[in-house]
Each structure stands twice: as C-alpha cells, then as structure tokens.
Design a protein around this ligand. Structure first.
Ligand code: ADP
Ligand code: ADP
Length: 227
C-alpha cells in the first residue's frame, strides 16, 4: 500500500553497468512486473528497492520520501525468492509465525496464531502446519514462503522468480493464487520474471528490461501491441 518512485537509477559492478538510468513508478496496490532475460538487471533493481545495495546514481522514494530517510521497519518490505528460503528445522507453522516475531515488532502469541491460521487457510496449507519443509511438496513450500511474507502485511511485496522451480501445472495454479492474493491483500507488488506468459498474465503493468535499460512499459495489451 505504498507508492514507489524510481528515478534515474544506475548501478555498476566494476566495469559492468548492470542498470542504466531506469525510471518507473509503482502505484498503490499495483502489480508491476519487471520482465526480461537473464542478466538484464531485474534482480539488481529489485534489490535496490529492498535496500540491498545502493544505487550509483538516482534515487528511490516511498510515498514521496527518499528511501534513505525511512527506517527499514517503517518501509515494511517483504521479499519472496525462487528458492523459498524456509528454515528447514522449523515447521511450516513456525516458519510463517517467525516473521511476525521480529525484534522491532512483536505481536502477542494469540494474535500470531490467529493470523498464521488465517493465511494458512487462504493458501490452503491448513493440514500441513505441523510438517517440516522437507515433508511437503515444492508448491506447498512456495505457498509457505508466500505466507511467511504475507503475515507481515507488507507495504511493498518484492518477488524474484517465485515460481521458477515449479512445474508448469503448479506454476499455472500459483499464478491464479497470486492474482487472488493481490486482490485480497491490497499491497503494492514488484514481480521479477523471465517468463513471458507469466509477465503478461500477472502484470497490471509490465516493464521490459534489456541490457539494464527499460525498452517498453505499459499494460499487457500495450506491451503486446508495441512495435
Ligand atoms: P537479472 O536479474 O535480470 O538476471 P541481474 O540484475 O542479476 O540480472 O544482473 C545484471 C548484470 O549485473 C549482469 O550482467 C550480472 O552479471 C551483473 N551482476 C549482478 N550482480 C553482480 C555482482 N554481485 N557482481 C558483479 N556483477 C553482478
Ligand atoms: P501440490 O500440487 O499441492 O503442491 P503435489 O501434487 O506436488 O502437491 O503433491 C501431492 C501431495 O503429495 C501433497 O499433498 C503433498 O503433501 C505430498 N507430497 C509431495 N511432495 C512431498 C514430499 N517431498 N514429502 C512428503 N509429501 C509430499
């Protein structure tokens, strides 16, 4: 639920310019997709919005305020990656609950319990909360990783190829779930993918990235029809 403004971002790694003079806005509650091939610079952009790695030039604002001046707990950004990053020794329940027990912010256990169960029901994980990640399928792991990010009620949701490890059937099902989740959660989402169909089906708007630069930006229809 925040507006993000990215202005003239440039990021270099040594002699490589990973991202060159990138600008775009994420509107409140928008599902915005960064689409492009491997090496295009998508993850570099996402990471800078997450506060991982400073830009060499340009700036990022949250609701009009430069990101450098907002504490990370106030930005409340949640990330989901392709490799789940669940704790293997914790149950699915504890994995989800753990993200509500941060140092900065600690809810009472009964609030945590209610929220974990609400999200588990939304993601159809109810019967699996006592299992460890090794005891559930990849699709279920991915849903648990989503759940862990969702219980934090993020203002901004950053997702980097979250469906990349899933087979085609499951990926399709998860796309639908992500869309449904977006409608329910009302959160601003930045979603990175190299998958064209995924970009076109999920994005309210899509930025096509090539060699560190945006070459197209618009709705699926606009991107499809651009020369
Ligand atoms: P994408 O997410 O689109 O695959 P990345 O943002 O990961 O692209 O990478 C963009 C470019 O920056 C690539 O050329 C990549 O090799 C380079 N790059 C990314 N991270 C690093 C790093 N930590 N050190 C050096 N080069 C990097
Ligand atoms: P889904 O499509 O719901 O992600 P799958 O079709 O991959 O699940 O698996 C079907 C059922 O098999 C699931 O209910 C899941 O609990 C179980 N299952 C799948 N993989 C594993 C695993 N590695 N260990 C234990 N159970 C598994």
């Amino acid at each position: 639920m925040a507006k993000v403004t990215v202005e003239n971002l440039t990021k270099k790694y040594g002699k490589t310019t990973a991202v060159r003079n990138i600008s775009f806005d994420l509107e409140d509650n928008e599902f915005f997709v960064l689409f492009g091939p491997a090496g295009a610079g998508k993850t570099t952009i996402l990471n800078m919005i997450a506060g991982i790695g400073d830009p060499d030039e340009g700036r990022i604002c949250f609701d009009g305020q430069s990101m450098n001046f907002i504490e990370s707990s106030k930005r409340n950004v949640a990330m989901v990656f392709e490799n789940y990053a669940l704790y293997p020794h914790l149950t699915i329940y504890e994995n989800i609950a753990s993200s509500m027990r941060t140092k900065a912010h600690r809810e009472p256990e009964e609030v945590i319990d209610r929220e974990v169960k609400r999200i588990a029901s939304l993601l159809r994980l109810e019967g699996l909360l006592d299992r460890k990640p090794s005891q559930v399928s990849n699709g279920q792991k991915q849903r648990a990783a989503l759940g862990r990010a969702m219980v934090r009620k993020p203002n901004i949701f950053l997702m980097d190829e979250p469906l990349a490890h899933l087979d085609a059937k499951l990926r399709n099902a998860m796309r639908k779930e992500l869309k449904a989740m977006q409608d329910k959660l009302q959160t601003t989402t930045l979603y990175v993918t190299h998958d064209y169909a995924e970009a076109m089906s999920l994005g309210d708007r899509i930025a096509v990235i090539h060699q560190g630069e945006i070459c197209q930006i618009g709705t699926a229809e606009e991107v499809y029809n651009m020369p």
